[in-house]
Structure formats: structure tokens, C-alpha cells
Design a binder for this molecule. Structure first.
Ligand code: T3D
Length: 255
């Protein structure tokens, strides 16, 4: 058990809930430690095939808790707390889905962007927030935002920091799916459970997509050949092909 996050595993899905609702789930030193530990637990547990990040109460995450700031150089705080968190999500060999239940601001929005997929409640909203408090984007936002929405829109969202709602976020490609408040838990759980039943190839696919950010076409074709070799040679790859030939549903066991 953790002080500031809830951790629950069922049906192959680990749900990590940021749990400082009275502070809009803002990041403190403790919440960083708890979230990192929960992500590590999900990475280490072979029964976990997909991870969901969500927030308790009306917010997803309001970013850095601005009342806990100024305890040392901010550059170091970003290096020591936020950067390893973002890398832990990207290096996790399982799909990570953000279930964005409410407002996501600053590094809280960055956290959602670092996930593989985003399902938003109609109640969700997004604001980059950084310039409003005189800061630059961090926690990977300057990396992921232009890749998701294009450089022009990213500059607008970062420079003007307007708050956009879930439908605007969907139109921009910032989220994958929007569900009405009442259907939201079922919507993200349905996707999470589908991913949890998926093959080991999902982990390879994640690594493949990450490589495409920097690769030439020639390099990326080689990455595809490499990971395809791994996927085809895996038990799940063999089961997938066998199930197709036998005209039945595959039973994937994951990595
Ligand atoms: O410097 C470093 O540490 C480097 C790292 C930086 C990473 C970052 O994330 S920087 C960006 C930090 N986040 C923000 O600037 C967001 C600040 N919050 C907001 O813009 C708004 O609160 C929201 C857009 C998130 C929500 O707006 P709204 O109108 O729904 O709620 P509210 O009334 O503004 O907030 C409710 C309460 O939460 C309020 O307190 P009160 O008045 O009830 O006592 C508000 O002050 C508090 N709150 C919201 N966000 C934060 C916060 N308190 C501390 N830190 C917060 N980030």
C-alpha cells in the first residue's frame, strides 16, 4: 500500500490512481515515490499485462504541487523526479493507458501525454499551464505534444495555455476516445482489458513506435524486421498464426 496512490490489479490490468484529490492530485515528493514504486510493481508482476493511470476526485493531475516548490534547484527537481517517471512509463514493456477523469495541467498533462493511449471523460480538460506560472514545458511535454498535434498547434497550446475540453482534445488527436461521464469507467476498462488479452507483440510494438521518432526509413524498416523476428518467434506469435489457421480465437499469454 502507498500513501498517495491506490494500486489494484484485476483481470491483467493494474490500475494506479493518483490519490490526493483535495490537492487535485498535484505532485509532491511522496507522490513521485509512490507512483514510481507502483509502476515498478506493475512492470515486475507477470500477471499485469496493461497499466492504467487515473486520478481520484475531480482532477486527473494538476502537475507539480506549487506549494511544495522551492526546496532546492528546480532543474534538479525535474531531473530527479519527473524525468525518471516519464522514462519509466516509456520503458515499461506493457501498454500504459491514461484514463483522464478530469483536469490535466502542467506536468499532469505531460503525464497523460507520456502514456501510450488516452481515454478521456467528457469532464476532462487540458491546459499546458507552464507559462501561466512563468515556466517552460517539462516532463516530456515538448517532446510528445508536437508529435501528437503538430508543431504549430503545440506552440499555440504551450504559448497561450488555454484550457481545452475533452472534445477539443479529441479533435486535435490529443486523446484517443471520449466517453460521457457515466460510461467513462466502462470505456477505459474495456480498452484496458482488451490490451491485457493482447500478445507479447504489444510490448515490441511500443518499442518499435518509440524508435520511429528518430529513425530514417531504412533504419525503421530494419527495426521492423528485428521486432517482427522476435514477435513471430514468441509463443504468442505462434499461437496467433495457429489460431488463425484453425479458425478460432487466439489465447495469448503475453511476455
Ligand atoms: O517548478 C517545478 O517544480 C518544476 C516542475 C514543474 C512541473 C509543473 O507541473 S509546473 C505547472 C504546475 N501546475 C499548474 O500550474 C496548474 C495550476 N492549477 C491550475 O491551473 C488550475 O487549478 C487547474 C486548471 C488545474 C484547475 O482549475 P479549477 O478552476 O478547476 O480549480 P482551482 O480552483 O484553480 O483549484 C482548486 C484548488 O486546487 C485551489 O486551491 P483552493 O483555492 O481551493 O485552496 C488551487 O489553488 C489548488 N491547486 C490547483 N492546482 C494546484 C493547486 N495547488 C497547488 N499546486 C497546484 N498545481
Amino acid at each position: 500500500t502507498y500513501e498517495t496512490v491506490l494500486y489494484e490489479v484485476s483481470g491483467g490490468v493494474a490500475v494506479i490512481t493518483l490519490n490526493r484529490p483535495d490537492r487535485l492530485n498535484g505532485f509532491t515528493r511522496q507522490m513521485h515515490a509512490d507512483l514510481r514504486a507502483a509502476l515498478q510493481a506493475a512492470a515486475d508482476d507477470p500477471a499485469v499485462r496493461t497499466v492504467v493511470l487515473t486520478g481520484a476526485g475531480r482532477a486527473f493531475c494538476a502537475g507539480q504541487d506549487l506549494e511544495e516548490i522551492g526546496q532546492g534547484p528546480v532543474g534538479d527537481l525535474v531531473r530527479e523526479r519527473y524525468n525518471p517517471l516519464i522514462l519509466a512509463i516509456r520503458r515499461l514493456d506493457k501498454p500504459v493507458l491514461a484514463a483522464v477523469n478530469g483536469v490535466a495541467a502542467g506536468a499532469g498533462m505531460s503525464l497523460a501525454l507520456a502514456c501510450d493511449l488516452r481515454v478521456a471523460s467528457e469532464r476532462a480538460s487540458f491546459t499546458t499551464a507552464f507559462v501561466r506560472v512563468g515556466l517552460v514545458a517539462d516532463s516530456g511535454m515538448s517532446f510528445f505534444l508536437p508529435r501528437l498535434v503538430g508543431s504549430g498547434k503545440a506552440a499555440e497550446l504551450l504559448f497561450l495555455s488555454e484550457r481545452i475540453d475533452a472534445h477539443q482534445a479529441l479533435a486535435l488527436g490529443l486523446v484517443n476516445r471520449v466517453a460521457p461521464e457515466g460510461e467513462f469507467p466502462a470505456a477505459w476498462r474495456e480498452w484496458a482489458e482488451r490490451l491485457a488479452r493482447g500478445p507479447a507483440a504489444l510490448g515490441y510494438m511500443k518499442q518499435l513506435l518509440a524508435r520511429s521518432a528518430h529513425a530514417t526509413l531504412e533504419e525503421q524498416l530494419e527495426h521492423e524486421a528485428w521486432f517482427q523476428g522476435l514477435a513471430a518467434g514468441s509463443a504468442d506469435g505462434q499461437e496467433g498464426v495457429r489460431a488463425f489457421v484453425e479458425k478460432r480465437e487466439p489465447r495469448f499469454r503475453g511476455p
